[in-house]
Design a protein around this ligand. Structure first.
Ligand code: HEC
Length: 101
C-alpha cells in the first residue's frame, strides 16, 4: 500500500516536472492550447491546464468588468477536455478585445 502511494507520488512529480504523462482526467497537461502565442498557450506551457484555467478566468472577469459577459460554456464543450465549440476561436477575439475599454 505504502509502495503504491509512493509510486503515485513519484509519478505525479514526474508528470508535473516534465508534463510527460497524460495524467488522470483533470490532468495537468493542455490538449487544446498546445502551440501558438495565445495567453492560454503560454499559461499551458508554464503551468499546464490549471494555469490556463486561471488565465481564462481572469480574462472572463476582466471582460465582465468592461461590460461584456462570457461564459466558459460558450467556448468549451465541457470542462474535462475543454474541447472548443465551433465559435470559440472567433469569439476569443471578442474576449481579447474586451480586455481593454
Ligand atoms: C470567448 C471564448 C472562450 C471563453 C469564454 C473561454 N475560453 Fe477557454 N479557451 C478558448 C480558446 C480559443 C482556447 C484555446 C487557445 C489556444 O489554442 O491557444 C481556450 C483554452 C482553454 C484552456 C486550455 C485547454 C487545453 O487543454 O489546452 C482551458 C483550461 C480553458 N480554456 C479554460 C476556460 C475556462 C475555465 C473558462 C471560463 C472561465 C474559459 N476557458 C472561457 C476560448 C474561450
Amino acid at each position: 500500500m505504502t509502495r503504491v502511494a509512493l509510486a503515485a507520488f513519484l509519478l505525479m512529480g514526474v508528470a508535473g516536472a516534465a508534463g510527460a504523462v497524460g495524467w488522470a482526467a483533470d490532468g495537468a497537461r493542455c490538449t487544446v492550447a498546445t502551440k501558438g502565442e495565445s495567453p492560454m498557450a503560454k499559461a499551458c506551457a508554464k503551468g499546464g491546464r490549471q494555469a490556463a484555467s486561471q488565465t481564462m478566468k481572469e480574462m472572463v472577469a476582466k471582460a465582465k468588468a468592461n461590460g461584456k459577459t462570457f461564459t466558459c460554456d460558450n467556448c468549451h464543450k465541457d470542462r474535462e477536455n475543454f474541447e472548443l465549440t465551433a465559435n470559440a476561436r472567433e469569439d476569443f477575439k471578442k474576449l481579447e478585445a474586451a480586455q481593454k475599454k
